[in-house]
Design a protein around this ligand. Sequence first.
Ligand code: XMP
Length: 326
Amino acid sequence: DWTAANIADALIDQVSDQIGDGLAICGLSGGVDSAVAAALVQRAIGDRLTCVFVDHGLLRAGEREQVQHDFVGATGAKLVTVDAADTFLRELSGVSDPERKRKIIGREFIRSFEGAVSEVLGDHAEGGQQVDYLVQGTLYPDVVESGGGSGTANIKSHHNVGGLPEDLEFSLVEPLRLLFKDEVRAVGRELGLPEEIVARQPFPGPGLAIRIVGEVTAERLAMLRKADLIAREELSAAGLDSQIWQCPVVLLADVRSVGVQGDGRTYGHPIVLRPVSSEDAMTADWTRVPYEVLEIISTRITNEVPDVNRVVLDLTSKPPGTIEWE
Ligand code: XMP
């Protein structure tokens, strides 16, 4: 019987068998897949799982709290948070090229993750036990894609920041490797994960860094985070979440245009809205968001985000555009 409850039970049993009385770690990204994988393993082995969350400072408003409070509250999982925002900002300073950003973020992510793992290993070493298992939220389409070679790979490098540290030796635990995304969501609901996590739209591992066209700075991140939150709030309030696959909000940090606000001339940055509809992110169409909703978003962003004086809408399908601007 293919109910979410049966699948969850079967997967929990399978994980118990695989890990036995061993120890495991899992990197949480804030996304659905790693959260559901971790929740399953938590059910199977309890506190012998340690979750590691690297806060690279490139997350959207509220995402860190979602992991620290909502995920932990729902699962009771043991969580280690690494505060790496300063390091990431330092390493990214002066960098505008999208591929260099991705490389730096990938590298720093692995460093931070390894640091946290060494600490966990250190903790357990006193008790004389080794961490042998690494939990990953690999889905069936990921398995097929990495084995198959679809021919469209490598347009953008490093699509998944949760990459495996190369010199650490773990056995992989991949409880979701036979599931599709909607099945993963159903299992997540079955395990009691909150809707904000289970229904979350895709968000890239390198986060807001690849939504700032130009150099990433703390100030620019703060601007973009505000604009992104406004867009998310208004699209949700309008009931559009299920029609929209994701809506990147992009800051054109190196562009300024003249505007007028109050009785003064402004010279500020544009924010781009990029709402897309898609089945699998391989192709996408721009979403026809009602004008009234766009109007509210535009008004709020220009009123509430300092130094932004224009909001523009991206009307490009994929292809020829990609979903992200970088
Ligand atoms: P593009 O921009 O290539 O995006 O049309 C397709 C999907 O992939 C996401 N994306 C990324 N995800 N690391 C990720 O984890 C990345 O570097 C990355 N680049 C794009 C994008 O959000 C969309 O869902």
